[in-house]
Design a protein around this ligand. Structure first.
Ligand SMILES: Nc1nc2c(ncn2[C@@H]2O[C@H](COP(=O)(O)OP(=O)(O)OP(=O)(O)O)[C@@H](O)[C@H]2O)c(=O)[nH]1
Ligand SMILES: [Mg+2]
Length: 453
């Protein structure tokens, strides 16, 4: 199939189309169109349009040759009551590759229509005011969500939880800013302290308290979005790869009695009680015997530095309890596990606070899984749900917080500067929701979507 493909820098007035359901064979596939020509294109393919928001069975035919392409359910959403805010058509065709190819090729042959770029439907929804940026980010996360806790968080974000808070905060900043403006207009300086100290300051102090409360969340929203990073580290041959395989229930990593088997970092994704956990196997730590092993160890140290939880694995026959200084540096969550208890002396050799397992027989793995599940829940799900789910959001909120702090700690008599603090704070919230000055980040945010969303 040769389609024209995405054309860059095309005006948003083009009508776009894409396969919005997943690739591969399926009972049904959904092809979506958006733009002023969507209704006309659907009509050319399937005859009269159905009533808005009602599904109708139609024979889809190639308008050039009259050849029937498929029987499909057709829907039409008239602007502005659609996902993108434009006219939107949906063709629910049979999900076979040839059917999909025929429909997409026919659409591509129509004047004024082109294939959508990744995330272009969502971008149009944003540009037409149907979504703000935080909701768009939530939607992208909903599509990527692999576990139930991730789904819940993404659904909250796409439903506008952070947006609603932002709007509330912006209003408070605007209120405080209007008081500062009023103070600037007053010639009688006696009124200034009343406006600033008694009225604007409490509003901002209150807002700052709320903002700090949400920022002070131990990054649990970002962790939930990305998955808890658990790094398995230890000396060579202690059974790290065996443990990875046992927890993943499949043979992901090579296991051998030779020390120094694992050279590269190997990851598996687990769903523990609805929480996403990325388990990372690493090269054993010892005096490296060559360049490859040295690079493997450099990677181990790098991954350990980013880990939310470091698991230090110890061989029961010859336990080395202390993790290497460079991998435990700065780690607040370390779990020591004694492995190979089927051969080594088990409990007698174990240390307080560590777990005893056998990756070979499966002994102790249940306790380990339940420990990891509790840890995941503690670090990603404890307390009220997080509202900050991405580093971008945190950066804007921190910039807002800094400006509000500057407002509170600055010289109240310097009204011009205090007004500027509030402008900066409001601007950060504007960037967060995408209301102002965000051209530079749109490509990155919407480029992360799949085609058809
Ligand atoms: N008896 C026994 N042997 C084990 C256990 N876990 C791992 N082994 C064995 O220990 C050897 C090393 O296991 P690996 O899983 O490759 O060890 P590793 O820590 O990944 O080693 P490197 O990749 O070299 O750092 C293999 O022969 C495994 O079969 C266990 O619980 N009991
Ligand atoms: Mg290994």
């Amino acid at each position: 199939m040769t389609l024209s493909g995405p054309k860059t820098n095309t005006p948003t007035s083009d009508t776009i189309f894409a396969l919005s359901s997943g690739r591969g064979r399926a009972g049904i596939a959904v092809v979506r169109l958006s733009g002023s020509l969507a209704g006309g294109a659907v009509r050319k393919l399937g005859g009269a349009l159905p009533e808005g928001r009602q599904a109708l069975l139609r024979h889809l035919c190639d308008p050039q040759t009259g050849e029937k392409l498929d029987d499909a359910l057709v829907l039409f959403f008239e602007a502005p009551l659609s996902f993108t805010g434009e006219d939107v058509g949906e063709l629910h065709v049979h999900g076979g590759p040839a059917v999909i190819a025929a429909v997409l090729e026919t659409l591509d042959g129509m004047e004024g229509l082109r294939m959508a770029e990744p995330g272009e439907f969502a971008r149009r929804a944003f540009e037409n005011g149907k979504l703000d940026l935080t909701q768009a980010e939530g939607l992208a996360d909903l599509i990527e969500a692999e576990t139930q806790a991730q789904r819940r968080q993404a659904l909250r974000q796409s439903g506008g939880t952070l947006l609603a808070l932002c709007d509330e905060w912006r209003e408070q900043i605007i209120l405080a800013a209007s008081l500062v403006e009023a103070a600037l207009d007053f010639s009688d300086e006696a009124d200034v302290p009343e406006l600033i100290e008694d009225r604007a300051r409490p509003v901002i102090a209150d807002l700052l308290g709320g903002l700090n409360h949400h920022l002070d969340d131990a990054r649990k929203g970002e962790r939930l979005r990305e998955g808890l990073q658990v790094v398995l580290a230890g000396q060579p041959n202690v059974g790290k790869s065996s443990l990875l395989n046992a927890l993943a229930s499949r043979d992901v990593a090579i296991v051998s009695h030779e020390p120094g088997t694992t050279r590269d970092v190997i990851e598996v994704h687990l769903d523990l009680g609805g929480f996403p956990v990325t388990l990372i196997d690493t090269a054993g730590l010892r005096q490296p015997s060559g360049e490859i092993e040295r690079e493997g160890m450099r990677r181990t140290v790098a991954r350990a530095a980013d880990a939310d939880l470091l698991v230090w694995l110890v061989d029961a026959a010859k336990p080395v309890w202390e993790p290497h200084a460079d991998i435990k540096a700065g780690k607040s969550h370390i779990l020591t596990i004694l492995n190979k208890i089927d051969v080594g002396p088990a409990t007698g050799n174990n240390r307080k606070g560590s777990l005893a397992i056998s990756a070979k027989t499966g002994d102790g793995l249940e306790q380990l899984i339940s420990f990891l599940t509790d840890k995941a829940s503690e670090l990603m799900g404890a307390g009220e749900p997080a509202i900050v789910t991405r580093a971008r959001q945190r950066r804007e909120l921190e910039a807002c917080r800094d400006a509000l702090q500057a407002f509170l700690s600055g010289d109240a008599a310097d009204l011009e500067l205090r007004a500027e603090d509030l402008r900066v704070a409001a601007h950060s919230l504007g960037r967060l929701s995408g209301r102002v000055d965000v051209e530079d980040i749109l490509d990155r945010i919407f480029g992360d979507f799949c085609i058809g969303k």
